[in-house]
Design a protein around this ligand. Structure first.
Ligand code: PRP
Ligand code: URA
Length: 213
């Protein structure tokens, strides 16, 4: 993805691309949609945690004692942007069960497309954690940029944003507000339509997850 710097990672693994295709399909119902969002979140977190620090330890196997490695780095906070980000939390917690979860409530004003904050509850030690902000859709980037800025104000300085589909406009907006955030996405789509929806995208992620339309 030459247009963007190295801190933007497109996860082009075949399993990810296959699952994303089913997720996009208008015929995919809410149950399967939820399962796919969970699986894609797990696979994205696998990529996003690739640089976590390891430390040596000693383990006794049934055969012998050996030196092996375990996670040694900072603790993790998973921060879903409500509501659609909630669909990504459980998959990540299955991989990182000790992670704490904070919530940032933002919705897009349908007229202005600007994010409106309505809820926030974060782990007290957020500044000491690796932060994974999760939201399936990065469209104008207004919501994600607001969440990143907010978390930086609270002291977080190692922030990754995990989305399933990004528009180029959204990536540019997030990087403009904070150029060292790492962005992991399963796809970079073509553009936004006049209503701020990603094309081709998957429609409204919150409505498809929770069956509200
Ligand atoms: C969706 C999505 C993102 C946001 C992306 O949420 O889950 O949070 O839009 O758009 P942006 O990049 O232009 O800010 P929405 O505002 O529809 O709220 P919901 O999750 O409650 O449905
Ligand atoms: N929010 C969504 O859920 N989908 C889009 O395409 C854009 C914003």
């Amino acid at each position: 993805m030459t247009e963007f710097p190295d801190n933007v990672v497109v996860i082009d693994h075949p399993l990810v691309q296959h699952k994303l295709s089913i997720l996009r399909d208008v015929a995919t119902g809410a149950k399967e949609f939820r399962e796919l969002v969970k699986e894609l979140a797990m696979l994205s977190a696998y990529e996003a945690t690739r640089d976590f620090q390891l430390a040596e330890t000693t383990v006794t196997t049934p055969i012998t004692q050996t030196t092996t490695r375990v996670l040694a780095g900072k603790k993790v906070a998973v921060i879903p942007i409500l509501r659609a980000g909630l669909g990504m939390v459980d998959g990540i917690l299955e991989l990182i069960p000790a992670a704490k979860v904070g919530h940032v409530g933002l919705y897009r004003d349908p007229q202005t497309l600007r994010p409106v904050e309505y809820y926030c509850k974060l782990p007290e030690d957020i500044a000491e954690r690796d932060v994974l902000i999760v939201d399936p859709m990065l469209a104008t980037g207004g919501s994600a940029a607001a969440a990143v800025e907010f978390l930086r104000e609270k002291g977080a300085n190692h922030i990754s944003l995990l989305v399933l589909i990004a528009a180029p406009e959204g990536i540019r907006e997030v990087l403009a507000s904070c150029d060292d955030v790492r962005i992991f996405t399963c796809a970079v789509d073509s553009h936004l339509n006049d209503h701020g929806y990603i094309v081709p995208g998957l429609g409204d992620a919150g409505d498809r997850l929770f069956g509200t339309k």
